[in-house]
Write a protein that binds this ligand. Structure first.
Ligand code: PMP
Length: 358
């Protein structure tokens, strides 16, 4: 690999030069159960209809009207209250960056339970905010006393609560969440990336709390490749964050594909129902596997502790099944694999491969 010349290295950020890029493991040819994607492609008849629609998109113009249509359709889909607004990001990853940018005042802190989604800490680091990670309990519940003490001590500008959480897959106690929201001096973002698979959501919190934002994505709905995330909250608050959004951040093709998907929301709802049923089937099968502990999930992933995660991961990979070994992310995740729920066939292969690799 070429190294940077001194001249270039001098002008680039030192902290960025010592960072690792966000790594995506190669997956071609594998049963891909590593990234919480919806395993079901669009049915062929709808693929054809989408192709027709995309062919008519005005690609010679900058995105405008159709992006507004998408905001309105998502607001309707989510049941957005009247005094709230919705902004779009190129995936919720972009919204996470913009929120860190919005809170970048001297000495600002971003606080989140850990283990959690890695982009919260990454966004803080890149934006010059301090990141405070508060460990979950060994059962992956919020540690209420530790969270409240950390909020009191660090006065965070931004608190993230992923509901359900990644990589643990669970929903946290709602009363504890309410007390955390009450104590937080800044913004609280309920990250609902996995909402299509969960029994509860946070929309009612938008009406109760002016400092709460709800962030969602179309990625887990079935459009991970399309890159549409959305952030909802009181109008005046969303308007401030929206000022930081790069112009035209949503492509016309992405907006049209997302609108098409929302018109066929019933198809996606059926897929989500299948995924939830498969999750329950997998949980039951994992409970019967000696030496394996699967944690409760309200998402399309199951955190699973095995005797030797590195060996199980490698064994499954040799059998063509790709999952995620999350052991190194946090001490609480020692020997844990994160298994994405796939199609019934994929799940059967995954269980076989896991059993043979223990
Ligand atoms: N939030 C959570 C909790 C996630 O797990 C992920 C992705 N895995 C995201 C946000 C980002 O989703 P996207 O950028 O695809 O919208």
């Amino acid at each position: 690999m070429n190294t940077l010349s001194d001249r270039i290295a001098r002008v680039l950020r030192q902290d960025v030069q010592s960072m690792h890029a966000y790594a995506v493991q190669p997956s071609a040819g594998f049963v891909k159960l590593d990234a919480m994607e919806n395993p079901f492609p669009l049915p062929p008849a709808l693929q054809h209809a989408l192709g027709e629609r995309l062919g008519r998109v005005a690609m010679h113009r900058y995105p405008a009207g159709r992006v507004d249509d998408l905001r309105a359709a998502l607001a309707h889909h989510a049941g957005l209250p009247d005094d709230c607004a919705l902004m779009l990001g190129n995936g919720s990853d972009e919204l996470i960056s913009l929120l860190a940018m919005a809170c970048d005042v001297p000495g600002a802190t971003l606080l989140a339970p850990v283990p959690g989604f890695v982009m919260y800490a990454m966004s803080a680091q890149l934006q010059g905010l301090r990141f405070v990670g508060v460990p979950l309990t060994p059962d992956f519940e919020l540690d209420e006393a530790a969270m409240l003490a950390a909020i009191e001590r660090h006065q965070p500008a931004l608190v993230y609560l992923a509901y359900p959480n990644n990589p643990t897959g669970n929903l946290w106690n709602d009363e504890v969440i309410e007390r955390i929201i009450q104590a937080a001096p800044g913004l609280v973002v309920m990250d609902e990336a996995y909402q299509p698979f969960a029994a509860r959501d946070s929309m009612a919190r938008l009406a109760r709390w002016p400092h709460v934002l709800v962030m969602r994505t179309m990625s887990k709905f079935g459009l991970a490749g399309v890159r549409i995330g959305y952030l909802m909250g009181r109008r005046e608050l969303v308007a401030e964050v929206d000022k930081l959004r790069p112009p035209y951040n949503i492509s016309v093709l992405n907006a049209e594909a997302a609108l098409f998907a929302l018109e066929h929301a019933d198809e996606y709802a059926r897929q989500a129902a299948t995924i939830r049923a498969e999750r329950e089937r997998l949980l039951a099968a994992l409970a019967d596997m000696p030496g394996v502990r699967a944690y409760p999930s309200e998402a399309n992933m199951i955190l699973t502790r095995v005797p030797d995660a590195a060996a199980a991961f490698a064994g499954m990979k040799r059998q063509g099944v790709l999952v995620k070994n999350v052991s190194a992310l946090h001490p609480l995740l020692d020997n844990c694999l994160r298994l994405t729920v796939g199609t019934p066939d994929e799940n059967r292969l995954m269980l076989q491969a896991l059993k043979a690799s223990l």
